[in-house]
Design a protein around this ligand. Sequence first.
Ligand code: 5GP
Ligand code: MG
Length: 181
Amino acid sequence: MIKYQKSVIVTKEEIETAVNGLAKQLNDKYKGKEVIAIGLLKGAFVFMADVIRQLDIDVQVEFLIVKSYKNGRTNGKPQIVLDLKKGITEKNIVIFEDIIDTGRTLAAVKEYLKYKGAKDVEIAALLTKPSRREVVVDIDYSLFTIPNEIVVGYGLDYNEYGRQFSNIIALNDAGIEELKE
Ligand code: 5GP
Ligand code: MG
């Protein structure tokens, strides 16, 4: 039992099945085309690593760091703190995001990539919390809809706690309090 675990929200088996399904969809959709997979660090690194290893299309990998969170709360203004290494003019992009909460991060990133000249920008989200949405985002691939809990595991953290867990778990109140920065 993990110390700060309240409940298991998504098991590693459920993740594996959903990741396989997503890879298959991407292989079908982008057959014969080039794609740039852009992972939003740090939270999406495990998710993206698992998906891309099942792609048989021509894929390149980039990362963005967008910051807006502290203690599980958004300050509402996402900022890009690590930028792309290469141009993306006329490229097909798939953004990999760990969780879509208010939607502000994704809305800002999508606008930024369009501004940089991307041809097409799709969004693959591991998790979504629709009850928290503040701006409309068009999610092309959404693997799991979850309740309004603070979740960690499979790459997601709460103040750097929990990224290594293979299940996605909800934090209990003690964890939320004791791990606060
Ligand atoms: P949004 O801009 O949609 O509100 O925020 C999305 C970002 O918030 C995600 O990339 C993620 O880093 C963070 N986030 C939102 N809810 C959670 C949560 O329950 N757990 C974790 N670990 N991160 C969250
Ligand atoms: Mg994130």
